[in-house]
Design a binder for this molecule. Structure first.
Ligand SMILES: [Zn+2]
Length: 457
């Protein structure tokens, strides 16, 4: 009884933050930043967590392992982002720490002995030009992207606002918590580039419970709803391949050259012919090839952008190994050399059933939120680098649950007309704070007889 009341109070608190969360989300939406350039965003998060009195606010080198950042933009792009963030009023103190692709923030709240709960919020935008039609709400209400060609089309502005709302709620509940909370504001989720650097820095090594969520849903959803299911996601690797050959005259001495374009073409056809894996669904795609300088020149350089996926990490490893073998053999066949660069990575993931049940119960019975169970298909067949965080947590016996924050979105994610109802900000913050409070419940707030140990499954 007491539990229910304590948790119901959280939803009321969250509801009281609606105007604040909407304003915050709109500010973030106006200033979108793509992966590894979330400078203004990181500065804003760090500023807010500091003001809330978090015990630790980690920025820059303390967040990401420098060498494990994948798919970093060029030096010029990073410098341009720095100038833009300054012009958009980013706090200079925090900006300094995040420069050069060292974005992301982690806030730590220490509330005595107890389990460690980590909450993950992704913060980056996409290279998409936002719709400017009068029926697109951000355009109509004056919070359309101010950086042309960059847009929060995946709701990560909402995720960031939800994270900061959760931070405020947890600070309010602090005296009732027993354990540690880590709020991970992760850069560069798009292209699955950012999670690896956070994992390699060791931030997940002591985590017992990991939670993440994504906004989404279509117009059939009348009230924001928390959706929970197994959420199987595909492991993936994004590879850039560069073939190096030797240029020669195409008529006088074609035999004197080493044709990098032929090596690339041979690789493409064979990559798409990798035998299917018997254990799990797999995918392969070469999405881009850049090669050649002119009609009568043997091509000396070709670049491929490709990806492989598998429903399990093992199936993804199989695809990766096969792809690399094909690429090297194709290079050798035409007397070329090749370099393979990893540009993004995610693991195969599946939610922990016990934690899913707790999320469902807390949201439905404790917070009074509409909830639904998602079937396998609803959650599957995408990739998310949250999975790398979950993989590390599960490796030492912890639990993970990635749920859906469903609401009547105006268009699918990654669409120039994507937008979500801001009521979902309240639902999201209440869900994260409520579940965390339950997992770290001390005494009367806790559900009687519930063992907080993740190893009791
Ligand atoms: Zn997303």
């Amino acid at each position: 009884m007491e539990t229910k009341n304590a948790l119901a109070g959280i939803f009321t608190l969250a509801e009281g933050m609606q105007a604040e969360l909407s304003a915050l989300r709109r500010d973030l939406h106006r200033h979108p930043e793509t992966g590894w350039t979330e400078l203004r965003t990181s500065a804003l998060i760090a500023q807010r967590l500091t003001a809330l009195g978090f015990d630790e606010v980690l920025v820059g080198e303390a967040v990401c392992d420098r060498a494990s950042r994948l798919g970093l933009p060029s030096g010029e792009a990073l410098e341009a982002a720095d100038r833009r963030a300054k012009a958009q009023g980013a706090d200079p103190v925090f900006l300094e720490a995040a420069r050069g692709g060292m974005t992301g923030v982690i806030g730590v709240l220490r509330c005595g002995e107890g389990p460690v709960v980590a909450l993950r919020f992704d913060i980056d935008a996409l290279p998409i030009r936002e719709d400017d039609g009068a029926d697109h709400l951000p355009a109509a209400e004056g919070f359309r992207s101010e950086t042309e060609g960059v847009m929060h089309a995946c709701g990560h502005d909402g995720h960031t606002a939800i994270g900061l709302g959760t931070a405020k709620l947890l600070c309010n509940l602090r005296q009732r918590l027993q354990g540690t909370v880590k709020l991970i504001f992760q850069p560069a989720e798009e292209g699955v580039r950012g999670a690896k650097a956070i994992v390699e820095k060791g931030h997940l090594d002591d985590v017992d419970f990991l939670l993440g969520a994504h906004l989404g849903g279509d117009r059939s959803i009348q009230t924001p709803t928390i959706g929970v299911g197994a959420n199987p996601t595909l492991a993936t690797r994004k590879l850039d391949v560069c073939f190096h050959g030797k240029a020669a005259h195409a008529c006088l001495a074609p035999d004197a050259g080493n044709n990098a374009m032929l090596a690339a073409a041979t690789a493409i056809l064979n990559l798409h012919a990798i035998p299917r894996c018997g254990d799990a669904p797999t995918r392969v795609n070469v999405g881009r090839m850049t090669a050649g300088s002119g009609r009568n020149v043997i091509c000396d350089r070709a670049v491929l952008e490709l990806e492989v996926r598998g429903l399990t990490t093992a199936a993804n490893d199989y695809m990766t190994d096969y792809a690399e073998r094909i690429v090297r053999a194709a290079a050798q066949m035409h007397g070329c050399t090749c370099e393979i660069a990893l540009r993004g990575e995610a693991a195969g993931d599946r939610n922990s059933p016990a934690l899913c049940e707790r999320v469902l119960t807390v949201c439905r019975d404790g917070l009074g939120l509409p909830v639904c169970r998602l079937d396998e298909e609803t959650g599957g067949f995408i990739s998310e680098d949250y999975s790398l965080l979950a993989e590390r947590v599960r490796a030492h016996g912890g639990q993970s649950c990635y749920f859906k924050n469903l609401a009547a979105c105006a268009a699918p994610i990654h669409d120039p007309r994507f937008d979500f109802p801001e009521r979902a900000l309240v639902t999201g913050a209440a869900a994260f704070a409520g579940v965390t409070a339950e997992l770290l419940s001390a005494g009367p707030t806790g559900t009687e007889g519930t063992d907080s140990s993740p190893r009791s499954e």
